[in-house]
Structure formats: structure tokens, C-alpha cells
Ligand binder design. Structure first.
Ligand code: 5GP
Ligand code: MG
Length: 183
């Protein structure tokens, strides 16, 4: 693989490409078992979800549809503001649908708390949350994911879709950024 200078900015790798792949296959099987007799709508939360979304839907071969929603709460900072705004709305009517919300990381819970309420207001029959990463100790809102890939420590991570200032999303693994990058 063509390698860039990005690796130099990583303090340590938390989960390798192989580990992520294996865990996504497991999650896909579990979700398959729960939803195989239904016709769920996968809703990815942009942009961080895009690689995880692509992998989880292929790891879960059920008749389903996909949608995306984009929210902003961060700007370019490393902490969410709690003020979540929809910057790109769903293109589907979700009335009566079983939603599987696909998120990169659950941190304060502000984003998914807001989105769960939004989807229920829009008439969703159910909302199931799938997050690849979870930082439970950071929670500010009462929200719990139904499926979690990995619990991660309270550190800022990048890669496999997750960014710092829109960069590092294309790293195939997930790692902790060197503090000097954002200091
Ligand atoms: P929450 O609303 O739960 O605080 O934050 C959720 C969003 O914050 C995630 O979808 C993600 O975009 C961003 N986020 C939270 N923690 C991290 C992190 O460690 N690294 C990156 N790159 N984004 C994070
Ligand atoms: Mg996100």
C-alpha cells in the first residue's frame, strides 16, 4: 500500500485493520440474526460512518435499504458542543420503519440522543444503535448503544472514517493522534 506521512502523526495504534475487519464481521452476524425477518433501514451518520457503514452492510446480508444523515456539533474542535444540527437530512420517509443507526463513535451521547429523538418524532417504529467505538466514561446523555464494536479509552482517536480537522479518515486502522498535532 502506498504509505504517506500520516503514520508519523500516530502515537499508537489502538485497533488494526484486521482486528476491525474481524469485529465488523461479528457485529454483522449478530445484527443479521436480530433483523433477518425484517426489512430495516440502515441510517449512517456522516461523515465518520462511511467506511464502517460500507463494511457493516456487506457483513449483514439482509434485505434492507440505506440512508445517510449528516449532523454537526463539533466544528473543528475535539469536543462536541451539545448543540447538534442536521446539515443533511434523510431522503426517505421513515414512518413505521425499523432503523439501524450506524455511528463511528459514541462519546458524550449528544449526537445520538438528539438523533434518536428526531427519528422517533419522524415516526420510526424502532431505533437500534450500532457504534464501532464507545467511550462510556464520557457520557453526558442517557444513551446506550445496542451494538458496540470496541470500548476505547478517553483519548482522541482517528482513522477508519474518524477525522481530525477532516484528515486521517483514510487510515485503515484506528489510532491515537500525537498530542503535538493538536496542541
Ligand atoms: P458525541 O455527540 O457522542 O459527543 O460525539 C459523537 C461524535 O463526535 C462522533 O460521531 C465523532 O464524529 C465525534 N467524536 C467523538 N469522539 C471522537 C474521537 O475520539 N475522535 C474523532 N475523530 N471523533 C470523535
Ligand atoms: Mg460522527
Amino acid at each position: 500500500m502506498a504509505n504517506s506521512m500520516m503514520d508519523q502523526d500516530i502515537l499508537r495504534v489502538l485497533h488494526s485493520e484486521e482486528e476491525i475487519h474481524a469485529r465488523v464481521q461479528e457485529l454483522g452476524s449478530q445484527i443479521y440474526e436480530e433483523f433477518k425477518d425484517r426489512n430495516p433501514l440502515f441510517v449512517g451518520v456522516l461523515k465518520g460512518c462511511f467506511l464502517f457503514m460500507a463494511d457493516i452492510i456487506r457483513a449483514c446480508q439482509i434485505k434492507s435499504e440505506i440512508e445517510f444523515i449528516a449532523v454537526s456539533s463539533y466544528g473543528n474542535a475535539r469536543e462536541s458542543s451539545g448543540n447538534v444540527q442536521i446539515t443533511r437530512d434523510l431522503g426517505h420517509d421513515i414512518t413505521g420503519r425499523d432503523l439501524i443507526v450506524v455511528e463511528d463513535i459514541l462519546d458524550s451521547g449528544n449526537t445520538l440522543y438528539f438523533l434518536t429523538q428526531y427519528f422517533m418524532t419522524k415516526g420510526a417504529a424502532s431505533v437500534t444503535i450500532v457504534t464501532l467505538f464507545d467511550k462510556p466514561e464520557r457520557r453526558e446523555k442517557p444513551i446506550k448503544a445496542d451494538y458496540v464494536g470496541f470500548q476505547v479509552p478517553n483519548e482522541f482517536i482517528v482513522g477508519y472514517g474518524l477525522d481530525y480537522r477532516q484528515q486521517y479518515r483514510n487510515l485503515p486502522y484506528v489510532g491515537v493522534l500525537k498530542p503535538e498535532i493538536y496542541e
